[in-house]
Each structure stands twice: as structure tokens, then as C-alpha cells.
Design a protein around this ligand. Structure first.
Ligand code: ATP
Ligand code: MG
Length: 393
């Protein structure tokens, strides 16, 4: 009876031992199979066990201390330091980059009590280098996208302001064109009436008044022409033109226009433009230089002064530049910001469209107009135009 009992106990014991062995093997296989590193460290920091994933990453661990093995001799980790000095340490998660590597590991330290009551540590280690790189790239991309969005929003608001301004100017332009057009007929009638009165007039006192009326009609017509020109700017009609001849012609007619009123000492230093042929609209370019030269003459408020023109061909940038300088009244910084604005004028008879027209016409030639000036120190206006090598020059 006793033997039978003994026999049954032995059989049960074997079964239990087999089951335990199976459990142990299962656990070992799990530890060997998982791609994350798992290791057990005793209370003195010595590695008791490290699964293959850790050994593949850090090499064999035999008998080494955890900070020597995992942290490449860079001292014990925060968890170990805390664990040594404090009771009841809880799980801790850290990110760690060993020296001389570009890898980053996510480390989870878990306190773990062994059967004999001593404290061990279970360490779970995961290589998160790629994840961090991907996160960094994503962060940079996000920042770049946000920056682009900010830039585009800013651009959009600038375009909107420009559109609002264009709409405002277009409304002003339409109004100006309508009013100018309507004023032309009555002015024509007044001109004809003055002509008829003048023909029949024998009173010399009246003659002076009629002359003044005619002068004012002429000035009004000039303003109307400027306004109409501005509202009817067309695309340039490109032709081969000789810039030297065109400039000489503009200065000659300006000298005649201002003769007796403003005596300017004009000097043309434009020899480098001799034989320079440019593709441009001759009518529009004449309009541009006439406006700039008019302004230069008008700036000589004392009735005397200097006007210098300087021409240069820059074969490196394929740009031709014409600078027109005067020794006139100059422009203060506040006004300088507005000189290209339509209808900005300081002159009693000006429309304030001269420089606006210049900028628009030169813009349509893919060039630019620059202006440098200081109050009381004269002004230089530069017209910069592109030219095509071989064909233009
Ligand atoms: N060379 C210059 N010297 C001093 N001021 C100038 C000169 N050129 C332009 N300005 C200033 O810029 C303003 C605008 O010039 P812009 O040619 O556009 O119009 P305007 O000459 O006043 O009128 P408009 O040309 O229509 O007769 C002028 O009123 C003047 O105050
Ligand atoms: Mg002008």
C-alpha cells in the first residue's frame, strides 16, 4: 500500500518536473526569440543573464557589470544610482546613446525580487535610432512645411494688398480718363472762342488776358494728355533703336522747351552708347526720357544749374544704364518713397504721373527705374534696360 503510494508520488513528481522543464524551455525560447534585449542584473550590478538580442548588439557579457557592458564604461545609470540609495524604487524609463556610437536605446529598468528575497533588475533594451531619425526628419519636414505656409500666407497677403491697390488705381484711372475725355470738348470750344475773339480784337489790354487764357488752356491740355496717356498704356511695340540718337533728340527738344525759362548747363556723357542698338518701343522710351529730363529741368528752381547724362553698357549682365543727374532741389526721404505713386506731385501744374508712367513703361521692357536723391543735393534717375547680346548690340 505504502509502495503504491510512493509509486504514485514518484509518477506525479515526474509529471510536475516535466511540466516545469517545459515551462522553463518555453520561457527560454521566448527570451531567445524576442527582438528586444532583456537582461537580469543582480544587486551588485553584475549581469546574470542577457538574451541573444542583447548579445548580438553588445557582444558576450560573461561576468561583466552592467554599466561596463551596456554603457561602455560611462558610469552607472540613473536607475542604478537611485536603486543603490533608495528603497522602493519603481520602474524607470530612459533614453541612452553610448559614447562613440550614433545609436540610441530606449531602456526600461524594472525592479525584480528573486526567490531568496534579494533585489535584481530586469532591463529591457530597444534600439530606437531609426525611430528617432524618422521623428527628427518628420519634425524638420513639419517645420519646413510650417515655414512654407507662413511664407505663402505672407505672399498671399502681399498679392492681396497689391490687388486692392491695383483696383483702387484702376478706379481712379477710369475716373480720370472719363473726366479728362469730357474736359477735352469744352476746352476745344474755349480755345476756338479765344482764337475768334483774338482775331477780331483791337484792344491791346484784352490781348494780354487772351494770351494768358491760351496759356492756361495749353497747360490743361497737357494735364489731360498725361492722364489719358496713363490710362491707355499699351504693350511696347519693339523696334531696333539707336539709344544715343534718341537721348540727344530728347535733350535737344527739352532745351528748346525750357529755353528762356531755365538755363541748364547740360553735359551728355553717352559716348559709350554710340552705335548701340536696342530693341525697344521708341515712342514709349521717348516718353520715359522726356518725363525724366522734364523733372530734371523743373528741379532747377533757381532757373540755373547742371544736368548730366551718363550712359554705360554692362556686357557682363547685358544691361544698359542711363543715369540722368541734376543739381536741383533734391527730394527728402519721405517724398522719395512716394515719387513713383500715381498722382504724387509737389508741382502746382503737375499730374504726378510722369515717374509712374516711366516705371510702368520700363517695367514692360523688363527693366527698372531707380532714383537716388537727398534734399538740397540734386537727384539721379537711372533707367536700366536689358539687351540681347549679338542681336541688340
Ligand atoms: N529730378 C527731380 N528733382 C526733384 N524732385 C523730383 C525729381 N523728379 C521727380 N521729383 C519729385 O517727384 C514728384 C513726382 O514726379 P512725377 O514726374 O511723377 O510727377 P510731376 O513731375 O509732379 O508731374 P508730371 O510729371 O505729371 O507733370 C515731383 O512732383 C517731384 O516732387
Ligand atoms: Mg514729372
Amino acid at each position: 500500500m505504502e509502495n503504491q503510494l510512493d509509486g504514485m508520488d514518484i509518477t506525479n513528481l515526474r509529471k510536475t518536473a516535466d511540466a516545469l522543464e517545459r515551462e522553463k524551455n518555453n520561457l527560454r525560447r521566448i527570451l531567445e526569440a524576442i527582438p528586444e534585449g532583456v537582461c537580469i542584473i543582480d544587486a551588485n550590478g553584475r549581469i546574470e543573464y542577457a538574451n541573444p538580442a542583447i548579445q548580438n548588439e553588445f557582444g558576450p557579457y560573461d561576468g561583466r557589470k552592467c554599466y561596463d557592458y551596456l554603457r561602455r564604461k560611462c558610469g552607472s545609470c540613473a536607475w542604478c544610482q537611485t536603486a543603490d540609495t533608495q528603497e522602493g524604487v519603481k520602474m524607470m524609463r530612459t533614453e541612452f546613446t553610448p559614447p562613440d556610437t550614433e545609436k540610441t536605446y530606449d531602456i526600461i529598468d524594472i525592479p525584480f525580487q528573486k526567490d531568496d528575497g534579494s533585489m535584481s533588475k530586469l532591463k529591457l533594451i530597444r534600439d530606437v535610432t531609426e525611430q528617432i531619425k524618422a521623428h527628427d526628419i518628420l519634425k524638420k519636414d513639419k517645420e519646413a512645411v510650417e515655414q512654407l505656409a507662413r511664407e505663402k500666407t505672407e505672399e498671399l497677403s502681399q498679392v492681396k494688398s497689391a490687388l486692392d491697390e491695383a483696383k483702387r488705381l484702376s478706379d481712379i484711372g477710369t475716373l480720370a480718363a472719363t473726366v479728362s475725355h469730357e474736359l477735352r470738348n469744352p476746352l476745344g470750344v474755349i480755345r476756338a472762342a479765344v482764337y475768334n475773339i483774338n482775331r477780331k480784337n483791337t484792344n491791346p489790354a484784352l490781348e494780354k488776358n487772351l494770351f494768358n487764357i491760351e496759356k492756361k488752356i495749353q497747360e490743361s491740355e497737357q494735364i489731360i494728355n498725361n492722364l489719358l496717356f496713363y490710362t491707355r498704356i499699351k504693350k511696347p511695340n519693339f523696334e531696333k533703336i539707336n539709344l544715343f540718337d534718341l537721348l540727344e533728340e530728347c535733350f535737344d527738344s527739352a532745351k528748346k522747351r525750357f529755353s528762356g525759362k531755365i538755363e541748364a548747363d547740360v553735359s551728355l556723357n553717352i559716348h559709350s552708347l554710340h552705335d548701340f542698338i536696342l530693341s525697344a518701343d521708341p515712342f514709349q522710351l521717348r516718353e520715359v526720357f522726356n518725363n525724366i529730363i522734364n523733372n530734371a529741368f523743373q528741379s532747377l528752381e533757381t532757373g540755373r544749374g547742371r544736368i548730366d547724362a551718363f550712359g554705360e553698357v554692362d556686357s557682363e549682365t547685358n544691361m544698359v544704364r542711363v543715369h540722368i543727374s541734376d543739381s536741383g532741389v533734391g527730394i527728402g526721404p519721405e517724398d522719395l518713397k512716394k515719387v513713383f505713386d500715381p498722382f504724387f506731385t509737389n508741382k502746382s501744374k503737375g499730374t504726378g504721373l510722369g515717374l509712374t508712367i516711366c516705371r510702368d513703361l520700363i517695367g514692360m521692357h523688363n527693366g527698372s527705374v531707380e532714383i537716388k536723391s537727398a534734399k538740397g543735393q540734386g537727384t539721379t534717375v537711372s533707367v536700366i534696360l536689358p539687351y540681347e547680346k549679338n542681336t541688340d548690340h
